[in-house]
Design a protein around this ligand. Structure first.
Ligand code: ADP
Length: 501
């Protein structure tokens, strides 16, 4: 017989066929599946194979008696409810059976109703047991889920790069993560529990947190923010939201703090850039404009000689603009890691000779001497982008020419020092005051003193130089004495020459 998975399965073990059949008739109508066994041994075999919930067990049978069968059923599966069937004269047996774990008993002979009552009671017990088991499983699962969820959320909050602080409606801190302590320079082992004022000295931030905690921002859609500086040069932005209960009552505040120092610096740089570019573009453009107007006028009067001078000045100014734009493009290319040309084997000696030859004309126009001093030993080639190398030394030598008085001396000196190449660009020009030395590699930075004020430039040459040296895995150093001269020293590794990237 196949047992239905939903119905209650009942095994009847009784040597009397009438009883077995009678029980089957009654229980089938009660939506039970009934299996029958005339003897204890057979009943036990069935139990090994089938899932049975209730056993109706006759106490008096030939062969193995009911009490022994009961003991073995209990050993096999304690959850099976055994209802013993006893004769009138064996009440003691029923009591004994109950002591040994029988669930109930029914005296023989019994009426169908008696059987129904006993079976219904057992079925109800099974249902309740199943329900209790289910509830317990659910409870365990919920506890497990809650526990995992709690520790997961805690881990996430603890490892957030943004600072997080949560306060209750009185402004007492109930949670703060390590990033919050770090951003606000609080002690790393400081725990929550105190009022926000005890942790944060920035009054504006405390006021904001208190306002949110006390429900002053519950009805607003905007997220209140507060920007402030800590330890001088670090800028932080706090954004807060109220924590709302089920009835939208304010239970406290959650505030997120982010470091916006880089954003601020970028912003500043952007403004400087715009100001600088506008400033640098405006005057040459106006000159070109005015001069073109004169040319137009002159053309009417047909004075060709004057036109030439004016046009060459206009050309000079446009050259200035082109060079500014070129520098800007070079710099952004270097910063974006874009190589001008494919890296290849480059003779540093050839590069330096070409540049000094080329710039000699410029130096001569200021009656300066520009010399290249190479070591006796032939220099090895290096693998790199030749255009970047030209730009690197071109910028340094051009600066030396610009910032050296007429008649001055400029020397490019190359040394081989083991695994490095040392190239120094030395001039005996204006020099740079010590206080400016750490600023000259910043973008757009230009020293404006009596001597340099009238020299045009973009302030982008040295940042470009630095970018190239970095990309070659090298180093650059500057030594200068105001009024005596400047030496820029570039050290390039000969091994592992890398492309400019
Ligand atoms: P630019 O030359 O376009 O102004 P740079 O970035 O090349 O920009 O140089 C930044 C500043 O460093 C210059 O404005 C100048 O004041 C100073 N400087 C650079 N090279 C020299 C040098 N050889 N001698 C003196 N000052 C220099």
């Amino acid at each position: 017989m196949t047992i239905s998975p939903d119905a209650i399965n009942v095994l009847v073990i009784d040597d009397e066929k009438d009883i077995r059949d009678g029980v089957e008739r009654i229980l089938t109508r009660m939506n039970c599946s009934v299996i029958k066994a005339p003897r204890g041994e057979e009943g036990l075999k069935i139990l090994e194979k089938e899932k049975v919930s209730i056993v109706l067990l006759d106490m008096k049978m030939p062969g193995m008696d009911g009490m022994e069968v009961l003991g073995l059923i209990r050993k096999l599966d304690e959850s099976i409810l055994v209802i013993v069937i006893t004769g009138f004269a064996t009440v003691e047996t029923a009591i004994e059976a109950m002591k040994r774990g029988a669930y109930d008993f029914i005296p023989k002979p019994f009426e169908p109703d008696q059987l129904r009552i006993v079976i219904n009671r057992a079925v109800e017990r099974i249902r309740l047991t199943k329900e209790a088991e289910l509830l317990e499983r659910e409870r365990q699962q919920t506890l497990f889920d809650l526990d995992t969820e709690k520790s997961r959320i805690r881990t996430i909050i603890e490892s957030l790069p943004n600072g997080v602080v949560v306060t209750n409606s009185q402004g007492q801190v109930v949670l703060m993560n390590p990033s919050f302590r770090k951003l606000l320079d609080l002690k790393s082992d400081l725990g929550p529990g105190e009022h926000i004022n005890d942790y944060v000295s920035e009054k504006g931030l405390c006021d904001l947190i208190m306002e949110i905690s006390q429900g002053k921002h519950v009805d607003f859609d905007d997220i209140p923010t507060y920007e402030f500086a800590v330890s001088g040069n670090k800028y932080l932005l706090a954004r807060g939201q109220p924590v709302l209960g089920e009835r939208r009552e304010c239970m406290g505040a959650v505030v997120n703090v982010v470091d916006i120092t880089t954003m601020k610096a970028l912003d500043q740089l952007k403004s400087e850039f715009v100001a600088k570019v506008s400033h640098e573009l405006r005057s040459p453009l106006s000159t070109i404009h005015e001069q073109l107007a004169v040319v137009l006028q002159d053309m009417v009067e047909d004075d060709l000689q004057a036109d030439q001078e004016i046009l060459s000045r206009a050309k000079e100014k446009t050259m200035g603009l082109i060079s500014l734009i070129g520098d800007l493009l070079d710099l952004s290319r270097i910063e974006a890691g874009i190589t001008s040309q494919e890296p290849k084997s480059v003779s540093i000696e050839d590069v330096l000779k070409n540049i000094t030859d080329f710039l000699n004309t410029k130096a001569k126009s200021k009656e300066q001497t520009l010399t290249l001093e190479l070591p006796k030993k032939r220099l090895p080639s290096i693998t790199t982008d030749p255009v970047s190398l030209e730009s690197l030394f071109g910028n340094l030598i051009t600066n030396a020419i610009h910032y050296t008085q007429n008649g001055g001396k400029i020397k490019v000196k190359v040394d081989l020092t083991g695994i490095n190449l040392r190239i120094a660009v030395i001039d005996n020009g204006f020099g740079i005051q010590e206080k400016y030395l750490d600023k000259i590699f910043d973008r757009f930075y230009r020293v404006k003193d009596d001597k340099t004020r009238f020299i045009t430039g973009t302030g982008l040459g040295l940042p470009i130089v630095k970018g190239i040296v970095d990309s070659l895995g090298g180093m650059i150093d500057v030594e200068s004495t105001s009024g005596e001269g400047t030496t820029f020293t570039v050290i390039l590794p000969l091994q592992n020459q890398m492309p400019v990237s």
